[in-house]
Design a protein around this ligand. Structure first.
Ligand code: ADP
Length: 382
C-alpha cells in the first residue's frame, strides 16, 4: 500500500480497461472492473472483475459501494447511480455532472459556445423531420454533418449530408447539425488534471482516417504541424480541461481547418485511442496517467521518448469468427514494432482487435514499418 492507496473501481472492461489494469498491476493496489463478462479483454488482467451491466443503476451502485474512487473507460454508463454514489461521499472522476454534458454531443457543443471555446457552428434538432423542414425553409444550408446526441462512437452516430439525395441517411432522434468543416488535419491532445489542479498535456498527435471504415488508420506523434499550431492545440486542450474542471484524462479531438483555424470537435474523459502510442513512446503511458490523475497522485512526464506511429489492428473485411493473427511473427521481427492484441475471441470486419505502435527516431522510417504491419498483419478467422 502507498500513502494515498484507495480502492479504485472502473466501469467498463474492454481494451481500455485491460490497459488500465496492466498499468495498475505495476503498483499492486486494490482495483476492480465492471462489465458484462470476464471474457472481455480486461477479465484476465483485472485484480477483481465484477460481472454486470454498467448501464444498469443497481449494478453500478452495488459495484461502487465498496470503492473509494470510481472512474470509467467508456462514457455511456449509468450516471444516476454515479450521482447517488457521489452524494454518499464517493470520489467520482470524471464528475457525473460533467459526464452528463460530455455524453450528450448537443450539451457538449453548448458548453464550448458558453465558454468561448472554438468549435464549428451548430444547431440542435429534436427529430429528423425538423431537419428536413429547416432545409426546405432555407434556414439550414447544405452540406452539413449530423450527429446523434446520444451514443455515437467510431463515427457510427455521424452522417454527412451533402445534397437532398442524402436525406435518407439522416439519423433518427435528437441530434445536432454542424457545419461540414473543410479539414486539413485531424489532431488530438490528451491532457490530464488531478484534484490538486496539476495539469499535464501530451504532445499533439495527428490522425489519418481510413475513408471506408472511418476509423483512424495511422496516428503520428508528434503531429506534423508548426510549433505555433502545436502551442494553440496544447493551450486549447488545457483550457478545456480547466473550464470543464474534470479530473483524470481528457482526450481533446481537434480539427485544423483548411483556413488554418484550430477548433474543437469533441472530448472524451478517459483513456483514448489517440493515446495508445504513449505506452511505448512516452515517459508515462496515458493509462498510468489516468490512474495518477483520478487518485490525485503527482502526474507523470508526458514527454515523448521517441517518435511513433500507431496503427489500429482491425478485423479483415469478410471474416467473422474466432480470430487468427496472420503475419504476427513477421511483424514482430521488424525492429521498433510493438504489438498489442486485445484478446477479443471473435473478429468482425473493422472491429478493433489490437494496435501496433512503431517507434523510430525517423518518422518516415516508422511510416514504412507501419505500412508493412498494415499490409502483413491480417486478422481473419482460424
Ligand atoms: P465519434 O464520436 O463517433 O468518433 P466524431 O464527432 O469524432 O464522432 O466524428 C467522426 C469523424 O467524422 C471525425 O473524426 C471526422 O472525420 C468526421 N467529422 C465529424 N464532424 C465533422 C465536421 N463537422 N465536418 C467534417 N467532418 C467531420
Amino acid at each position: 500500500m502507498f500513502s494515498k492507496s484507495k480502492k479504485l473501481g472502473i466501469l467498463g472492461g474492454g481494451q481500455l480497461g485491460k490497459m488500465v489494469a496492466l498499468a495498475a498491476g505495476n503498483w499492486h493496489f486494490p482495483i476492480k472492473f465492471l462489465d458484462k463478462t470476464s471474457e472481455f479483454p480486461t477479465g484476465r488482467f483485472a485484480a477483481e472483475f465484477v460481472e454486470g451491466n454498467f448501464k444498469n443503476y443497481d449494478d453500478v451502485y452495488n459495484f461502487g459501494k465498496d470503492c473509494d474512487v470510481i472512474s470509467i473507460e467508456i462514457e455511456h454508463v449509468n450516471t444516476d447511480a454515479l450521482l447517488q454514489l457521489k452524494k454518499e461521499g464517493k470520489t467520482i472522476h470524471p464528475d457525473p455532472e460533467k459526464l452528463l454534458i460530455i455524453k450528450d454531443k448537443g450539451l457538449q457543443k453548448q458548453f464550448y459556445q458558453k465558454h468561448n471555446l472554438p468549435t464549428s457552428p451548430f444547431q440542435l434538432f429534436d427529430n429528423e423531420e425538423l431537419i428536413i423542414e429547416s432545409v426546405m425553409d432555407g434556414k439550414l444550408k447544405l452540406p452539413f454533418v449530423q450527429k446523434t446526441r446520444g451514443e455515437g462512437y467510431d463515427g457510427k452516430g455521424v452522417a454527412v449530408i451533402k445534397t437532398e439525395a442524402d436525406f435518407s441517411k439522416i439519423l433518427k432522434g435528437p441530434s445536432l447539425v454542424e457545419e461540414l468543416v473543410d479539414i486539413e488535419k485531424e489532431l488530438a491532445v490528451i491532457v490530464a488534471k488531478n484534484e490538486d489542479g496539476e495539469i499535464a498535456s501530451y504532445p499533439t498527435v495527428e490522425m489519418e482516417f481510413n475513408p471506408i471504415a472511418n476509423l483512424v488508420e495511422f496516428l503520428l506523434c508528434p503531429a506534423q504541424i508548426t510549433p505555433e499550431q502545436e502551442k494553440v492545440c496544447v493551450d486549447l486542450a488545457r483550457s478545456v480541461i480547466e473550464k470543464m474542471d474534470v479530473c483524470g484524462l481528457l482526450a481533446v479531438e481537434l480539427f485544423l481547418t483548411k483556413k488554418g483555424e484550430i477548433i474543437i470537435n469533441e472530448v472524451a474523459p478517459r483513456p483514448h485511442n489517440s493515446g495508445h502510442h504513449t505506452i511505448d513512446s512516452a515517459f508515462t503511458s496515458q493509462f498510468e496517467q489516468h490512474i495518477r490523475a483520478i487518485m490525485n497522485l503527482p502526474l507523470g512526464s508526458t514527454a515523448n521518448k521517441i517518435p511513433s506511429i500507431m496503427v489500429n489492428l482491425l478485423g479483415a473485411d469478410g471474416y467473422t469468427g474466432n480470430a487468427y493473427y496472420e503475419g504476427f511473427e513477421k511483424c514482430l521481427a521488424v525492429k521498433g514494432v510493438n504489438l498489442h492484441l486485445y484478446g477479443k475471441e471473435i473478429t468482425k470486419p473493422f472491429r478493433k482487435m489490437g494496435h501496433a505502435t512503431i517507434v523510430d527516431t525517423d518518422l518516415d522510417a516508422a511510416r514504412e514499418k507501419a505500412q508493412f504491419v498494415k499490409d502483413n498483419l491480417v486478422i481473419r478467422t482460424v
